[in-house]
Design a protein around this ligand. Structure first.
Ligand code: 4UW
Length: 546
């Protein structure tokens, strides 16, 4: 399926052809078949047992959309911020907002106030939806936001004089409110990703981008799109965050679309996860490599706990070749598939996925191109297409799942998506003779800690705020459990010899979510290696650390 175009590019086309994408908004699409299984459970909190059927959650989304427009000052096109852990109500909050024509941005509930402020200011958020435990942070951030309208406090009480509304104001039917026309080409969500360089930017994904990726995955029939019934319904245990593209589109939207029952856990602990395996007997698990490793190595996870599981999906970070073998050894059976997907926030997220049955010799591959997806692999030094299998280079991707661009950042957008429409992924890959892809490295600065994005630039600018610091550079250090951990190289100002590594670590830890901490330590240098343009030579630092 290779074709040779102008400039001797070698374009790989999906072996699966093209898919047709319905002309629907994300909400219309996700609920398009649910009338067939209205009374089956759609979402259940694995800890409290709080549960919604498909009929109930679909209806709440519609009621919520009308209530948004009736009870708040928000208008279609306005942005709202979700500051929520994984709870069943996440679905209602997102899809009510989308049906009201709003654009949604999701924040990590573990974020500190400065982290939240940066994201919500960038997205120009006018309303935050949160829970009582996070209300104080939401209110602090809201004071910094221009044209702020209101906060919605799910599960808490209203305080009208502070513009805090309770959930009831989202659930009171306002049938006379007409919902706006939302077009599939409209932006649905703004998810934050650092891309190949710099601080996190708002990735603009349209309704069509998100629907397309679900259709592309459905086409590969990784989970049969067969009507769920009282006798059999897939049960999906998920702890991966809904604020991340993987949790949001691949899990929340895709699994709801096919009629699976999602069991959510608001905050990961091995004990809660194990209890959910026991109590809910999931048939499908979505994992990142560090979670799969935990299932393999945790002494309290027994083969019995995993006996109901038939399908596992892994993605978001490189998976070590032997991990799948270790998993099969642990469960003592092989009637379970472990699939790997590769992609990024900018691609909604999936680009490749492993086929249903895959030769053992290809384990470690992240699979083949999804339908309607094109790829090129270019040499890291001369930028020319490598033109043949088993030669690594940077992956370029083209397809209908690629983002519209970075919010308010045409420069970053044109650096990421070139004039011919190719997205430069910053990942180093090769493909084999059968066009199975393998991710081998990353050229971009991004650090991945247990699948979470960490932007080195963000940590560097924080460290530079510390008294006595003249220069700083952050890189990822390989780690057996987390995949990578952030490490800082720091240059002290004259007269600040007494600054210790621990002080730098504590300074950063006090300002960022836990997974961004400088867990791989701090080393002082006389100078940070930089090129003549002032760009940090990260490879030199990587060599120093290995
Ligand atoms: N192997 C090696 C992989 C892999 C990988 C991602 O935070 P983001 O922007 O996005 C994600 C997306 C996760 C995902 C994609 C497709 C898919 O099917 C699925 O479910 C099974 C999950 O994490 O980070 C994007 C970056 O993460 C790395 C890679 O560097 C990419 O650019 N990455 N998947 N299988 N590395």
């Amino acid at each position: 399926s290779m074709c040779f175009g102008k400039y001797s590019t070698t374009v790989l086309k999906s072996a699966y052809g093209e898919v047709d994408v319905p002309d629907q908004t994300l909400s219309q699409f996700v609920w398009s078949s649910s009338s067939g299984w209205k009374n089956l459970p759609a979402l259940t909190c694995g800890i409290s047992g709080r549960s919604y059927t498909f009929g109930a959650s679909e209806n709440l989304c519609k009621v919520g959309a009308q209530a948004f427009l009736a009870n708040t000052g928000l208008k279609p096109g306005d942005r709202i911020g979700l500051l929520l852990p994984n709870v069943p109500e996440y679905m209602v909050a997102v899809h009510a907002a989308l049906q009201a024509g709003l654009i949604v941005t999701f924040a990590n509930p573990l974020y500190t106030v400065p982290e939240l402020t940066r994201q919500f200011q960038s997205a120009k958020v006018r309303c935050i939806i949160t829970i009582p435990q996070l209300l104080e942070a939401a209110q602090t951030v809201s004071k910094t936001l221009a044209n702020y309208d209101c906060t919605i406090n799910i599960g808490g009480s209203a305080e009208p004089e502070q513009r805090i509304l309770g959930l009831e104001s989202l659930l009171s039917p306002s049938e006379n409110v007409k919902l706006p026309e939302v077009r599939p080409s409209d932006i649905a969500v703004l998810l934050y990703s650092s891309g190949t360089t710099g601080i996190p930017k708002g990735v603009m994904l349209t309704h069509r981008n998100l629907v397309t990726n679900i259709i592309q995955l459905t086409d590969r029939a990784l989970i049969d799109y067969s009507d769920p019934t009282d006798e059999f319904q897939e049960t999906v245990l998920t702890v991966l965050p809904f604020f991340h593209i993987y949790g949001f589109n691949t899990i929340l939207n895709y699994m709801t679309y096919i009629g699976a029952h999602l069991v959510t856990i608001p905050k990961f602990t091995p004990q809660d996860y194990i209890a959910c395996l026991e109590n809910h007997k999931p048939t499908v698990l979505f994992v990142v490599p560090s979670l799969l490793l935990l299932l393999i190595t945790h002494p309290e996870v027994t083969p019995q706990h995993l006996s109901s599981v038939k399908k596992i999906f892994c993605g978001a970070a490189p998976m070590k070749k032997g991990l799948i073998d270790q998993f099969f050894k642990k469960i003592g059976r092989n009637d379970c598939t472990v699939s790997q997907g590769y992609g990024m926030t900018e691609t909604s997220p999936s680009v490749t996925i492993t086929p249903y049955t895959m030769p053992y010799s290809k384990s470690g591959s992240c699979g083949k191109l999804l339908p309607s997806t094109l790829a090129r692999v270019i040499d890291l030094t001369d930028g020319k297409d490598v033109g043949m299998p088993n030669k690594s280079g940077e992956l370029l991707v083209k397809g209908p799942q690629i983002m519209k661009g970075y919010l308010d950042n045409p420069k970053a957008t044109s650096e990421a998506i070139d004039i011919d429409g190719w997205l430069h992924t910053g990942d180093v890959v090769y493909y084999d003779e059968d066009e199975y892809f393998y991710v081998v490295d990353r050229t971009k600065e991004l650090i991945k800690v247990k699948g979470n994005q960490v932007s080195p630039t963000e940590l560097e600018s924080l460290i530079l705020e510390m008294q006595g610091v003249a220069d700083a550079a952050v890189i990822g250090i390989p780690d057996n459990v987390a995949g990578e951990l952030p490490k800082a190289y720091v240059v002290k100002k004259p007269g600040f010899d007494s600054v210790t590594p621990e002080q730098v670590q504590e300074f950063v830890a006090s300002k960022v979510a836990t997974y961004k901490k400088l867990a791989a330590g701090v080393t002082f240098l006389d100078a940070i290696p930089r090129n003549s343009a002032g760009k940090i030579l990260r490879n030199e630092l990587k060599n120093l650390s290995s």
